[in-house]
Design a protein. Structure first.
Ligand SMILES: [Cu+2]
Length: 132
């Protein structure tokens, strides 16, 4: 009958220790940021932008869906223009209308559908959808 109190004391010490550890554990847990993952990338590895190549006399890809505020970089622009419009004709007040030669970066802040064309080659057309 002597052992029992000792056993109980030991058990209660362990219980207290367990409670302390649990408390520490939970406080550490609460300090960790809760899921900071922002949507698992929906394809495309480039963070914060998309690239459209004009190589070969066509926009590639021919359609693109981006989020408002994203920047699209047009590459291989030599001998072309990057122009908002269709079939070689710019719209009024285009968001972009630049001669090629260097990479052309365009940031699309407003949701909507944008047709992009080349004024030198009216057959060059693409569509960019900007989602809000
Ligand atoms: Cu062109």
């Amino acid at each position: 009958m002597r052992r029992r109190p000792q056993t109980l004391t030991l058990l209660s010490l362990l219980a207290i220790l367990a409670l302390v550890l649990a408390a520490c554990g939970s406080s550490a847990e609460s300090s960790t940021p809760a899921g900071d993952g922002e949507g698992n990338g929906d394809g495309g590895g480039t963070a914060g932008g998309e690239t459209v190549s004009l190589s070969g006399g066509q926009f590639s890809p021919g359609t693109l869906t981006i989020a408002a505020g994203d920047t699209v970089t047009f590459t291989d622009t030599t001998g072309h223009t990057v122009t908002e419009g269709q079939d070689g004709t710019a719209v009024d007040d285009p968001i972009v209308d630049e001669d090629g030669g260097a990479d052309i970066e365009v940031t699309f802040d407003e949701p909507g559908t944008y047709n992009i064309t080349c004024k030198i080659h009216p057959a060059m057309n693409m569509t960019i959808t900007v989602e809000g």
